[in-house]
Design a protein around this ligand. Structure first.
Ligand code: NAD
Length: 279
């Protein structure tokens, strides 16, 4: 945490130097973070006193992010390309000499379609970005975390990983894979002081869920407003979450306040009751 008056980490915080010479809580890398949930996480982590570096596959979004957030490093990189991931991690290590936190956030929603007509290329791409990309990042950052004897990895899954999700087979499959990845890494890396948790956002207000609703409505020949009402009725709190709600959970999991929290799958969703209400 930072002192509000001085902007410096509070006394007692595990203040860490890195190669930039600037004190901070440590270095956090967040993927797919030039917009949406990742951007909210990056801004919250910066406010909490971390050095933050993001990547994103959309060059225009990276440019806009850079202009709006000069204190956050931002690179153009596609998480589904292992060479780009390795180059990005090498750049961050060259600049800071450490990576304390990795937040695997980059993800795409994939198509909405009955399984028998599900497009093979869409399936491959969804799995490639949503799960393989997280593996490529973990593989690159774990050596630095092991050397430090400390680190935290946060995998952004989804409430789609807590239920079956009809017609979203690629997405749900990729997010269930994220949970197996999380549990396994928590066991494998815990003895080295590295914590691994998964956060499952519910539907987050914003353009992404609007697109999902519109595609679902088109697929079913229904009105988008009707589909939105059905989605909201599946949540006990009867509303979608905000990107800031997810950012707050990630900031907690990254912090020393969560020093003994690992291997957990935490929904931030207002309590999703079902993803398969009859439409
Ligand atoms: P978004 O589409 O608003 O933002 C995702 C960002 O990731 C974009 O800036 C995009 O350019 C980037 N990206 C896409 N593919 C990439 C790649 N191959 N490499 C690097 N960057 C890439 O999405 P969001 O809503 O912010 O979702 C973020 C994460 O949260 C995803 O993993 C998503 O599955 C998950 N999630 C979102 C919701 C929701 O309702 N928005 C709900 C549950 C889970």
């Amino acid at each position: 945490m930072v002192d509000i008056m001085s902007g410096k980490p509070t006394a007692g915080a595990d203040e860490r130097e890195d190669r930039t010479g600037q004190p901070s809580q440590g270095v956090a890398v967040i993927t797919g973070a030039a917009s949406g949930i990742g951007k909210a996480i990056a801004e919250k982590m910066l406010a909490d006193g971390w050095h933050v570096h993001i990547c994103d596959a959309n060059p225009q979004a990276v440019e806009a992010f850079n202009a709006a957030n000069p204190k956050i490093g931002a690179s153009h990189a596609d998480v589904s390309d292992p060479d780009q991931v390795a180059a990005l991690v090498a750049d961050v290590m060259a600049k800071h000499g450490r990576i304390d936190i990795l937040i695997n956030n980059a993800g795409i929603s994939g198509m909405t379609a009955p399984v028998e007509t599900f497009d093979q290329e869409d399936w491959r791409r969804t799995i490639d970005i949503n799960i393989n990309g997280s593996f490529y990042f973990v593989r690159e950052v774990v050596p630095a975390m092991k050397k430090a004897g400390k680190g935290a990895i946060i995998n952004i899954a989804s409430t789609a990983a807590l239920f079956g999700y009809p017609q979203r087979t690629a997405y749900a499959t990729s997010k269930w894979a994220m949970l197996g990845f999380t549990k396994t890494l928590a066991m494998e890396l815990g003895p080295q002081g590295i914590r691994v948790n998964a956060v499952c956002p519910g539907s987050v207000e914003g353009p992404r869920i609007d697109g999902v609703i519109q595609r679902d409505a088109a697929q079913r020949g229904r009105d988008a407003a009707d589909i939105r009402r059905v989605y909201e009725s599946q949540v006990s709190m009867r509303k979608f979450v905000r990107a800031e709600d997810i950012a707050n959970m990630c900031a907690f999991l990254a912090s020393d306040a969560a020093a003994m929290v690992s291997g957990q799958i935490i929904a931030v969703d207002g309590h999703t009751e079902s993803l398969s209400n009859p439409l």
